[in-house]
Design a binder for this molecule. Structure first.
Ligand code: FAD
Length: 424
């Protein structure tokens, strides 16, 4: 592989997500060579993917070129490649562009969509984990509305204008709220022949509340917001099947829909080569110690969503959200620098800064340790936090401008079918 040889110890990082980037940013000035592999040439800000799906933001507002983040550093090298295998004994990674040896390996590969083995759902539903997938949803949504507008067959129109989402976690809730805003702001203005009530949004949840990980106060408030926005919520509803036309639930209820979005779960995205004994089977996450070292392995670390660190406060591991990934990334960089100086490493402790979710215009919910609130202030806070953590000054400015414009005009200007979605 075309990587300059170096006297410095080589750290290979797999994955330029929140954890990988946070690690490299803190590590980059240390006397090491860093090689980052990612199968995309950009970092994705996943919390705002739903805005791309619903035409609120352009994809380039939430993605950022990985090379640009670290371009001023001589001992940093990015390679666009998928890591396919890790050779633990010989300390080597096998990638789609060749093999490379490492002194230290940092695995930060995140998660992928979990279909729980249901092949029909995997084949026919829409997932929202990557920018291309979010763009597929945007195209499909707009194509279906256009097709409904062209049809005088009531049954067909109903299927095309029925939007069904599985999973009422933050992703499902945010998506349902954004679709409802699309219906209010865009459908009634752009499509005068369609009635607003013809477009239905159904949110199906296997558990007994929306926003499962959040407090009951926030969950109830979010449900109330969604219902006021005309979203139909179906709790204790497990999806069994989707054949491309009909969603069938465990109790036999059916929903005719041409747009079924699967936001019901994720599972770790480990790389082959590290034995199953190092994985927590159900979640596909690497078991790590308090230093993010994969238990039983030397010089191989895992960070963020793919790592499962059991602590007293988090006996089942940290939540798979951005904060643990960012904090672990920074912490491991500090620890590795200590390790290189033969100093003792420090155990990781997660600082929980709280949780938030937005439902729509002036509507969000926030859980802090000692305080829970919802409404317009929560929404402003949600916007501020998301702008703050977006990578790149340009992205922050463009997103802020878009949000302000959309707020004033009730608009979602990116409603463009650039590359039609074809899976039918
Ligand atoms: C739709 C959605 C909404 C979310 N909303 C929120 C939210 O509001 N707040 C919040 O805190 N969290 C949210 N999350 C969760 C949050 O995005 C994750 O917890 C966070 O991204 C984890 O960071 P990570 O670095 O571990 O993994 P990721 O950010 O997923 O990064 C993994 C990287 O690894 C790369 N990769 C994977 N496998 C390979 C391989 N074999 N070879 C090369 N590259 C590879 C991927 O391309 C990717 O760039 C959301 C997630 C999704 C999907």
């Amino acid at each position: 592989m075309n990587i300059p040889s170096s006297e410095l110890p080589r750290i290979i990082v797999i994955g330029g997500g929140f954890a990988g980037i946070a690690f490299i940013k803190k590590m980059i000035k240390a006397p090491v060579q860093i090689v980052l592999f990612d199968k995309h040439n950009y970092h994705t800000f996943q919390p705002l993917l739903y805005q791309v799906s619903t035409a609120g933001l352009e994809p380039d507002s939430i993605a950022y070129p990985l090379r640009k983040i670290f371009r001023k550093h001589d001992d940093f090298h990015f390679r666009l490649a998928t890591v396919e295998h890790i050779e633990v004994a010989s300390k080597e990674v096998h990638t789609s562009i060749g093999n490379l040896s490492f002194d230290y390996l940092v695995i930060a590969t995140g998660t992928r969509t979990n279909y729980f083995g249901n092949e029909a759902i995997e084949k026919n539903s829409m997932a929202m984990k990557t920018v291309p997938q979010a763009l597929n949803i945007r195209s499909l949504m707009l194509q279906n509305i256009e097709e409904a507008d062209q049809s005088d067959d009531a049954q067909k129109r109903k299927r095309l204008l029925n939007f069904v989402i599985a999973g009422a976690g933050p992703t499902g809730v945010e998506l349902a709220g954004a679709l409802s805003e699309f219906r209010k702001g865009i459908l009634e203005n752009d499509y005068p022949e369609l009635e607003e009530e013809e477009m239905e949004i159904h949110l199906l949840e296997g558990g007994d509340k929306v926003l499962g990980p959040m407090s009951d106060t926030s969950s109830k408030k979010a449900q109330q917001f969604l219902e006021n926005m005309g979203v139909h919520i179906h709790l204790n509803t497990m999806v069994n099947d989707y054949d491309g036309t009909t969603v069938t639930t465990k109790d036999g209820t059916t929903f005719e829909t041409a747009t079924f979005i699967w936001a019901a779960g994720v599972t770790g995205a480990p790389v082959a080569g590290i034995a199953a004994a190092h994985l927590v089977e159900k979640q596909n996450r690497y078991k790590v110690d308090r230093y993010n070292r994969i238990e039983g392995l030397e010089d191989i670390f895992a960070l963020g969503d793919i790592a499962l660190m059991e602590t007293e406060a988090f006996p089942k591991g940290h939540p798979q959200v951005a904060q643990p990934a960012l904090q672990q990334g920074k912490h491991l960089a500090n620890n590795l620098q200590k390790h290189l100086k033969q100093q003792e490493m420090e155990p990781f402790t997660y600082f929980d800064k709280g949780t938030m979710a937005t439902i729509g215009r002036n509507r969000a919910v926030v859980d802090f340790k000692k305080m829970r609130f919802g409404g317009a202030f929560a929404w402003l806070l949600w916007m501020f936090v998301h702008l703050w953590f977006l990578v790149g000054f340009r992205n922050r400015v463009v997103t802020f401008f878009n949000w302000t414009y959309n707020y004033i005009n009730y608009d979602r200007a990116a409603r463009l079918i650039i590359r039609p979605y074809k899976n039918r």
